[in-house]
Each structure stands twice: as structure tokens, then as C-alpha cells.
Design a protein around this ligand. Sequence first.
Ligand SMILES: NC(=O)c1ccc[n+]([C@@H]2O[C@H](COP(=O)([O-])OP(=O)(O)OC[C@H]3O[C@@H](n4cnc5c(N)ncnc54)[C@H](OP(=O)(O)O)[C@@H]3O)[C@@H](O)[C@H]2O)c1
Length: 329
Amino acid sequence: MEKFKGFIVRKGADGKPSGSLEELSRADLPAGDVTVAVAYSTVNYKDGLAVTGAPGVIRNFPLVPGIDFSGTVLESQSPDYKVGDEVVATGWGLGEKHWGGLAQLARVPASFLVKLPAGLSLKRAMAIGTAGFTAMQSVIALERHGLTPSQKEVAVTGAVGGVGSIAIAILAKLGHNVVASTGRAGEHNYLYSLGASSVVDRALLATPSGRPMDAERWSGAVDTVGGETLAGLIRTMVSNASIAACGVAGGPNVATTVFPFILRGVNLLGINSVMVPYAGRVEIWRRLVADLPMDKLDSLTSEAGLDDLVEVAKAILKGQVRGRTVIKL
Ligand SMILES: NC(=O)c1ccc[n+]([C@@H]2O[C@H](COP(=O)([O-])OP(=O)(O)OC[C@H]3O[C@@H](n4cnc5c(N)ncnc54)[C@H](OP(=O)(O)O)[C@@H]3O)[C@@H](O)[C@H]2O)c1
């Protein structure tokens, strides 16, 4: 495959980034020791920003966006991967600093890759993608800080989105009492189908109360929203409970006081899926195979092609995508 199709973002004469579908050459690929025939990539929130030319994600131009992919090794200079191996890549600046997954070929350092976990197809690996990886990483962080299954309520915010949907499916399978927080009144049945035991309107958490703390409710939380929503969670966690803070869909600024931390022992756990060392990645993928029900994963996944990419990217930024969208390359 000397020529291949890919979506590439270039900086125009006006200095503004803009992306389009192009025919690319193998010689265009960046340096790296493994070349992969990409089977699937996905549209995460960050990809929505990159594909539509929003500033802040892409650091080197021109660049193929796509912060994750799955595929089959075509060439390898690494002793760890051989031709024909099925692999998955997430993070490490893929689709930000290094050419990413939204093209039919990718070339990356071997350190970006893990072998496709046993029990997953290339498509399901990307139905999970960075969003599902982050959801599992968040759940593991909560467990390490003492969260165990019980009747106590665990909140998932941005529930209809990719991270939120997968976090609900995992937590419910593990026996937690999951409360989904969403702005989409029409998607409550979808959230129940993933395993949520109740659904609340996202205004419940995002409306400032003017008090440093409110009534204790949540024994744990996966927050994909940030902003006022995260501030609301911090005010309403039970004593010694933890929040896995992984997202910013609702805004970056968090207005809080120190009181929930020093009077209730609330823990704010930062989640960064990009820089997880190899052993941690393998463990997160192992847990995904064990703890994410595949029927639920399939029910929250849609498939699209490169031709649909810009539309999906615009929709995810408007909060209109449900669950996960894989892009078939
Ligand atoms: N830390 C990491 O390593 C990491 C990795 C992956 C993703 N993330 C971040 O996690 C977040 C979610 O990613 P995703 O791929 O799941 O995106 P997504 O599919 O677009 O989901 C985001 C969800 O957030 C909610 N939302 C959107 N705009 C909102 C607003 N203005 N106020 C309140 N809620 C809003 C919506 O949920 P409802 O419709 O249900 O209300 C939306 O579905 C993003 O900020 C992303 O950058 C971080």
C-alpha cells in the first residue's frame, strides 16, 4: 500500500488549522519502528476538537489526528512486534504530537503499542478506545482508594458520552449502585440499559449552592465534565470518598473551598490516560476484558467511515453523540 487515504490537518496561509481527506504516500509517514494497517480508529472528544481545527490539541502540523487505533502490523523493526500481530495504540501524544489513527496506515514507536488483548476484536478494542480505557482507569483509581460494591450511590457525569457510558457499564457489572447524571432527558432508557439504577438531571450537580458543603450523597464518582459539575460533586461526597476527575466537557474552572477536603477527607483523583506506563496499560486492558460486558459495549457503539468523520466530530463537540463511534479505515 504505497498510497493510502487519511484525514490530515494542515495550517493554512492564515495560520488557521483545517483538515481534509487526502491521498497520502507511505513516504509521508513519520519515523517509528512499527507500521500498522489501521483497521479502526474512533472519535473521542479530543478528536472532535482536532478534526474541526480547534486550537489546543494538535501541536505539530501537518498531522493526522486520531488519538487511538487498532490494526495489524505490516512492518516492524521492533523485537516486540512481528508482521501480522494485532495491536492497539492509545495516548503518548498520538493524534496530538505524533500522526494518529485516522488514516489507513500509521507508523509509531513500538512503545505506543500493546498487543490486542485476548478476547477482544479489533473493532471492540476501538469501541473501547481512549474513552473506555479512561473509564476503566478511573474505576481502578476509585478501587485503590477504597471504593467497594455496595448500595451506596456512585455518580457518573456526562453519562451519555463515551467515557460516561462505559464507566456505567463497568461499575454496574461490578455491583455498584450507579447514578447517571445527564443533560439528555431523552436518553434515560439508554442509561438504564447500560446498568444505571437511577438517572439525575445534570443541573442537580451543576447548580452552585453558595455553601462550601451540602448533604453527603456520593460514595464515589467518575467525572467527565469538570466545571460546576465537579464543584457540585466535591460539595456532596460522603466522608473519605473519592472522585476520579477525568474530563472537561463542561469547562476547566472549578470553584471549590478547601472544606470538603479537610472536613470530609474527600479525595480528588486526577486521571490522565495519555501517560500510563506499559504495565499499567496491560492491566487496564485486562480489566476491560474482565469487567466490561461486551453486549453493553456493542449496544453503545456506532460505526462510521472517514467520509463521515467531520460530521461526527462536530456532533461530539455539541454533546450530541451517544456512547462511542468507531471509524472503519
Ligand atoms: N483524562 C483523560 O485522559 C481523558 C481521556 C478521555 C477523555 N477525556 C475527557 O473526558 C471528557 C469526555 O470525553 P468523551 O470522549 O466521553 O466525550 P463525549 O462522548 O462528548 O461525552 C461528554 C459528555 O459530557 C456531557 N457534556 C457535554 N457538554 C457539557 C456541558 N457543557 N455541561 C455539562 N455536561 C456536558 C454530555 O453528557 P450528557 O449528554 O449525558 O449530559 C456529553 O455526552 C472530555 O472532556 C474528554 O476530553 C479525558
